[in-house]
Design a binder for this molecule. Structure first.
Ligand code: GRF
Length: 204
């Protein structure tokens, strides 16, 4: 079975969309581990509800938090195939990224390469999109490399936002698409249908 590790920090609706896709047999994969930098977040509650293994990562001295080095070892033991960042708000260290080259993907709630980079998370992204008067927005799923939001783009879907009246409305519309595109892309990985050609990414 194709094994996923999902990193989270917040409410966990994308994690839930992955779990729903698995139970509805739209996605052939297993969430082997959920990793958070926050003790009490919605995503960890979801992990508990679904009886998943969960871990905490970070520098907290309580002894409950793993370092990224320990986590990398754990992932090797668990034979993790793909690492999915689904609303994870902490920077992943370069050494970890190098360890899992082309095996870490992220979902961003705007059309990269616009509206990405440091500080561009959560409602900040949608405020920037709203204030720019952009007429389209939508999620981007991309590989994670050493530079924030700059890895190769795997999939995007543009939606019309010409009539929106608030950043929150953009967030709501984009989130609905996120919940479809992320399981779709993971299934492509599981089917081994993600291909690099001409320095671009193709989904077969
Ligand atoms: C999503 O909008 C995702 O694109 C971004 O963080 C948000 C996480 O939401 N990276 P949730 O925790 O999955 O509900």
């Amino acid at each position: 079975m194709y094994k996923l590790a999902v990193f989270v920090s917040g409410r966990g609706s994308n994690l839930k969309s992955i779990l729903d896709a698995i139970s509805q047999k739209r996605l052939t994969a297993k969430v082997e581990a959920v990793i958070s930098n926050k003790f009490d977040c919605g995503a960890i509650e979801i992990a508990k509800d679904f009886g998943l293994n969960y871990y905490f990562v970070g520098n907290n001295k309580t002894g409950v938090f793993l370092t990224f080095e320990d986590l990398a070892l754990e992932f090797r033991k668990l034979n993790i195939d793909l690492v999915v960042l689904a609303g994870f708000l902490k920077k992943i260290p370069n050494s970890f990224i190098d360890n899992f080259e082309n095996k870490i993907i992220n979902i961003h709630p705007a059309l990269l390469p616009s509206f990405g980079g440091k500080g561009m998370y959560g409602i900040n992204v949608h405020k920037a999109v709203f204030n720019s008067s952009a007429q389209i927005s939508g999620p981007t799923v991309h590989f994670v490399n050493r530079n924030y939001d700059e890895g190769k783009i795997i999939a995007q879907q543009a939606i019309d936002i010409s009539d929106v009246v608030s950043p929150e409305e953009i967030a709501k519309r984009v989130l609905q698409i996120e919940h479809k595109i992320l399981p779709f892309v993971i299934q492509k990985f599981s089917d081994n249908k993600v291909r690099f050609t001409n320095n671009r990414v193709y989904l077969d």
